[in-house]
Ligand binder design. Sequence first.
Ligand code: IPE
Ligand code: IPE
Ligand code: MG
Length: 254
Amino acid sequence: MEEGLIGQVNKQKLPTHIAIIMDGNGRWAAEQGKDRLYGHFHGVESVRDVVEGAAELGVGYLTLYAFSTENWDRPVQEVEGLMQLLIETIRKEVPTLNKNNIRLHVIGDLSLLPAKARDEMQEALNLTAGNTGLNLIMALSYSSRWELIEAAKSIAEEVKAGRLSPEDISQDIFQQHLATRSFPDPELMIRTSGEYRISNFLLYQLAYTELYFTNTRWPDFRKENLYAAIIDYQQRERRFGKTGQQIQQEAGML
Ligand code: IPE
Ligand code: IPE
Ligand code: MG
């Protein structure tokens, strides 16, 4: 990809929050005649490069879909290999995260994780908790339906305890019960590897997100691909249900 793509990114119009469905590791590996884990292993390189790219640009939040609730149903060997890769990567990357002022967060049902993976994750969360730059949110053992059901349960508990009345349940209150309560909704969602679906990712939060699909497989995805997605996003008109004319008036363009 050409060198100058970063020059076309409008730094004044950066998305605050970018979310990525990192898909295509298995197919990438198969295309090289290798097994699926080889693809996941190479996917880590892409994570490093894209995190660095987002941090350099000054993006506030980057959410990466690393493992879905449904991915637990994959062959045991792949699940175990992925968990091991995850633990190793987290352990190895903490110094780099700290050096780059990146704070790690995690969303998902961590109770399903092996205890060792959970402990490593908790340690990484603690060690990066003081960082004030990019917020890197790993969606791990995450699915949106899980998150929404958890929110419903927790709101029901509040009501049952008399701390909340049903009439007071608003979008704000609801949002405060989501795993993403501390983060703004993504403005841009990228999915790699040519699949045009959401696969149980941030269903509530993506209500007005701009979607960007690319055929590039995740292990081939680099900062330049991130810039290309941001440039595409920056050319769109986000209308939020209004008319194009209203939006242009609000922006002082008419
Ligand atoms: C994405 O790549 C990584 C995870 C879901 C963990 P896949 O493993 O889904 O790769 P494909 O879609 O089979 O090519
Ligand atoms: C979505 O990818 C989950 C992650 C990238 C972690 P999948 O490969 O699991 O999604 P489907 O099965 O193609 O919908
Ligand atoms: Mg996939």
